[in-house]
Write a protein that binds this ligand. Structure first.
Ligand code: CP
Length: 312
């Protein structure tokens, strides 16, 4: 493979240049052809071992990394915190040191603590992909969101993206804002004041207090789940009120640009952030995001494992 990808890890969006992102998206788009074959399997990563370390629940991210690795013929070690020796008091560093002794070539890590994948990358000599750390970042979600929009709209530059929901506690929001802005899109966020981060201006997104304002003329609307598990104390009166003022409906989406996309990283709480009537909204591409998640994760495994091979 002759593609230069000058990174050992994927921990966050910041270090990626526009060119790096373009390489990931083009590689993923090309790899989708493999997924559509009658037998979707290529020998590219035969002999490699990917360790999936999930210290938090996941459906899409965990299974799409597993699928991605297996399509590329890598072996997969799956670790879930529940049922592991963490329950007997083993710490993160000992856990990853012991897993490293089993010979993986790459760690995929999801952890409730922001910075946990960075900590592992500093202490263990194995490439690390951040599969979501606390409310810091979820870079592979942002890359699959970019791929979905790029495929549908043919461009990223100049688009208007609205992100509605729990911006403050959403690692997806943080990575999406950075990634879409890096690729030349304008981002507007909206949510209850208690769910907007104090550093929101630093991320470069415009803040709109009403979702109707954020959605006005938007090419892409991304709804986010309320991350209640990260709140610690009540931050809004009730889900009923949240749905009334910040839930997306057909009426609100009628303000978006013609042909606007409706996206959600999942899991969705229907009736809260999305009205059930949006299940068949014409621009809804939520399952295409999931399909693109497999392709983007294949691309990243390939790019990081091949570049670490080159530097060995
Ligand atoms: N989008 C996302 O991260 O979903 P999971 O939590 O199911 O992995």
């Amino acid at each position: 493979m002759g593609i230069e990808f000058p990174h050992r890890h994927l921990l966050e969006i910041g270090p990626l240049s526009r060119e790096d992102i373009r390489i990931v998206l083009e590689t993923a788009r090309n790899l989708k052809e493999v997924l559509r074959r009658p037998i979707p399997k290529v020998p590219t990563l035969r002999g490699k071992v990917v360790a999936n370390l999930f210290f938090e629940p996941s459906t899409r991210t965990k299974l799409s990394f597993e699928r991605a690795a297996k399509v590329l013929s890598a072996e997969v070690l799956n670790f879930s915190a529940r049922g592991s020796s963490l329950e007997k008091g083993e710490n993160l560093l000992d856990t990853v040191k012991n897993l490293k002794a089993m010979g993986p070539d790459l760690f995929v890590i999801r952890h409730p603590a922001s910075g946990a994948p960075h900590f592992v990358a500093r202490h263990i000599d194995v490439p690390v992909i951040n599969a979501g750390d606390g409310f810091h970042e979820h870079p592979t979600q942002a890359l699959l969101d970019l791929l979905t929009v790029w495929e549908k709209k043919g461009t990223l530059s100049g688009l208007k993206v609205a992100i509605i929901g729990d911006i403050r506690h959403s690692r997806v929001a943080h990575s999406d804002i950075l990634a879409f802005r890096k690729m030349g899109a304008e981002v507007c966020v909206s949510g209850p004041g208690t769910l907007l981060p104090p550093e929101r201006e630093a991320l470069g997104a415009r803040v709109c207090f009403r979702p109707e304002e954020a959605v006005e003329g938007a090419d892409v609307v991304i709804a986010l789940r309320v991350q209640k598990e990260r709140h610690g104390r009540p931050l809004f009166p009730s889900f009923h009120e949240y749905a009334r003022y910040f839930g997306l409906s057909r009426e609100i989406l009628s303000r978006a640009a013609e042909g606007a996309l409706l996206m959600h990283p999942g899991p969705i709480n229907w009736g809260i952030e999305l009205a059930p009537e949006l299940a068949d909204f014409p621009g809804q591409v939520i399952l295409e995001q999931v399909e693109n998640g497999v392709a983007v994760r294949m691309a990243l495994l390939l790019l990081l494992l091949k570049s670490s091979e080159g530097s060995a």
